[in-house]
Design a protein around this ligand. Structure first.
Ligand SMILES: [Zn+2]
Length: 180
């Protein structure tokens, strides 16, 4: 990911990109350009990298297809320590809502809107998508030795009785254990 040298443009002209068969491979997005993602995590490690292509499909729908990846730092809900989560976003989007509606194809597509200047904002797509990829309950992998609750009396997949009744009681119990 460190080798991503090309900067992904923020706004593109979709018709031109389709005509030119444009494609961006492992293009970089500066973190300062995606502040909402930064606010949603502890921090982002390394660059956000995206691969994007443009095409017109068999229904004449204009498509923006791509992937985006980022390593973000989250706080584990089990052990309260930071860990790195790899986010991987995969998307196929079209701005052609009216056409899809007319062709009865609304179910088949996911839609994006043009900006006021008639462009597609790739950063918005990627930022929104990556934010949605952040797990609702961030945790280390079950077998990650870095998770400091590993080896304690609570095994993975097992919910402490206190936690079922009252999460704050469970937290108090955990803090009590730490003091001993
Ligand atoms: Zn953990």
């Amino acid at each position: 990911m460190d080798n991503a040298k090309v900067l992904l443009p923020r706004e593109i002209d979709l018709d031109k990109c389709i005509t030119a068969n444009a494609r961006y491979d492992s293009a970089r997005i500066e973190l300062t350009d995606i502040p909402r993602l930064l606010e949603s995590v502890v921090r982002v490690e390394g660059p956000v990298v995206a691969t994007i292509s443009f095409e017109r499909d068999l229904n004449s729908m204009r498509l923006v297809k791509g992937t985006a990846e980022a390593d973000v730092v989250l706080v584990c809900e089990r052990c309260n320590e930071e860990f790195v989560q790899h986010l991987c976003l995969d998307f196929v989007l079209t701005p052609d809502y009216e056409r899809a509606k007319a062709c009865n194809l609304l179910e088949k597509y996911e839609f994006i809107e043009f900006t006021d200047s008639g462009k597609i904002d790739l950063y918005d797509i990627i930022e929104d998508g990556l934010i949605l990829e952040i797990p609702a309950f961030p945790r280390h992998d079950e077998d990650d030795p870095a998770c400091s609750r590993e080896g304690s009396s609570w095994s993975y997949g097992e919910v402490a009785p206190e936690a079922q009744e009252n999460p704050f009681a469970a937290l108090a119990a955990l803090k009590g254990n730490l003091k001993q």
